[in-house]
Design a protein around this ligand. Structure first.
Ligand SMILES: [Zn+2]
Length: 413
């Protein structure tokens, strides 16, 4: 099988620090054969393969992983203002959602996927109520995980929906459109999904043999509802849905553990409100974590506790969340949001969150790093790089990105 040899000013492998004057060797099926210093890698391959060396002036890195998206909401871009907290934000989202036509939704999804491709994103953790983005993602060769989300506090209604998921899926997709996208049912949150439904969804996800996802500790009103049964969430549920659920009145993370939601098979999204001892518990349980700093800034004007997450030993991925709470789907802009506020964290480790950590939290260790045997897609930013290449990348998000060697994926239409 033929190979391509890339010799770059800088290689950012994703999982380890940058390599100055580096090289990457890629097989035509997208598998990484070798990576390291150009002076060591190129002589090993140039003579035997007969391939010419392609010189890249700039930075080479793996395809990006956006570990938390709601691509189906992309038509809401710019329509939902922030700064009023989660309840105010979701109220505005729900009010405006019906005003968006079927065509606008489809166009929004297509434009969003164009943006994913343009930014060099190869995989997403897509949370979806409607499955609307699944086929478009598959068509464009974007992989990752589909989390089929359910919410509702009325037990009978929500359990009917849980029981109907399989039939809904089979009707919508007589054959699943991509081998590169996993599927799992998922609870929305612990305060919007009846606890019996949470249990059933987590159990059902296990039968698909893949991990699922849960929005967790996103905002203060969530903890207040679960732990005390009062505050903005119960008031909102009563006013909008005429619902008055019985609240567990138990510490949020105790409740999560009781339902089986602290596990390596449940991706915890947000953790903005998680305290140090709760993060230690998440780490101890081996639960994967994704942080969405720009979405949290938009909605609650608050950042996730990055330093405490790192101190707990959690290797979190990054996600943009939806365009209803973010300006773009560029996961490197999430890394940049952290770089601006936590200048003590090495820039390459923030890029790692958008590549290798993202791949790992989605259970996709074939992605997210330029390492022998992986197939992450090889991305380049061609520019005169000054200083640390990872910091340069984060300061120059508008530079064009080009897939030098795309992932080779199989799409079944
Ligand atoms: Zn979300």
């Amino acid at each position: 099988m033929t190979v391509r040899l890339f010799h770059a000013d800088h290689v950012l492998p994703g999982d380890v620090p940058p390599i100055a004057d580096g090289a990457v060797v890629v097989r035509e099926d997208g598998e990484i054969v070798d990576v390291g210093r150009a002076g060591e890698v190129l002589p090993r391959h140039a003579s035997q393969s007969g391939a010419t060396i392609e010189r890249v002036h700039g930075v080479v890195l793996p395809g990006l992983v956006n570990a938390h998206t709601h691509i189906e909401l992309s038509a809401m871009r710019g329509r939902v203002g922030g700064g009023r907290g989660f309840v105010g934000w979701v109220d505005s989202l729900i009010a405006q959602r019906p005003e968006v036509s079927v065509e606008e939704n489809a166009e929004g999804i297509d434009a969003a996927i164009d943006e994913l491709v343009r930014t060099g994103t190869v995989a997403v953790g897509e949370v979806t109520n409607s499955l609307a983005a699944v086929a478009p993602l598959a068509r464009r060769g974007i992989g990752g995980c589909v989390f089929h989300e359910v919410f509702g506090q009325d037990r009978a209604t929500v359990m009917r929906r849980v029981e109907g998921l399989r039939a809904e899926l089979d009707e919508r997709f007589p054959s699943w459109p991509s081998r590169d996208l996993t599927y799992a049912p998922a609870p929305h949150t612990l305060y919007t999904t009846h606890e019996d439904a949470v249990r059933a969804l987590l159990e059902s996800a296990k039968s698909y043999g893949t991990l699922t996802s849960l929005h967790m500790a996103e905002h203060a009103a969530e903890r207040r509802a679960v732990e005390h049964g009062d505050g903005p969430v119960p008031e909102w549920l009563l006013a909008r849905a005429k619902q008055s659920p019985s609240w567990p009145k138990q510490p949020l993370f105790d409740f999560a553990e009781r339902l089986g939601a602290l596990s390596p098979m449940v991706l915890l999204v947000h953790l903005v409100e998680a305290r140090a001892e709760e993060l230690a518990r998440v780490a101890e349980k081996g639960a994967p974590v994704v942080l969405c700093p720009r979405s949290n800034l938009h909605i609650e004007m608050k950042l996730p506790p990055l330093l405490a997450v790192r101190a707990a030993g959690i290797e979190a991925g990054l996600g943009t969340d939806s365009l209803a709470s973010n300006a773009s789907l560029d996961v490197l802009a999430e890394a940049k949001a952290f770089a601006d506020r936590f200048p003590g964290v090495p820039a390459w480790e923030l890029v790692k969150m958008a590549t290798w950590n993202g791949a790992r939290v989605l259970g996709r260790t074939d992605l997210g790093r330029l390492a022998k045997g992986s197939r992450p897609g090889v991305l380049a930013i061609e520019a005169e790089v000054t200083g640390d290449p990872a910091a340069f990348l984060l300061s120059n998000l508008r530079l064009p990105r080009r897939m030098l060697a795309p992932r080779v994926t199989e799409h079944r239409s």
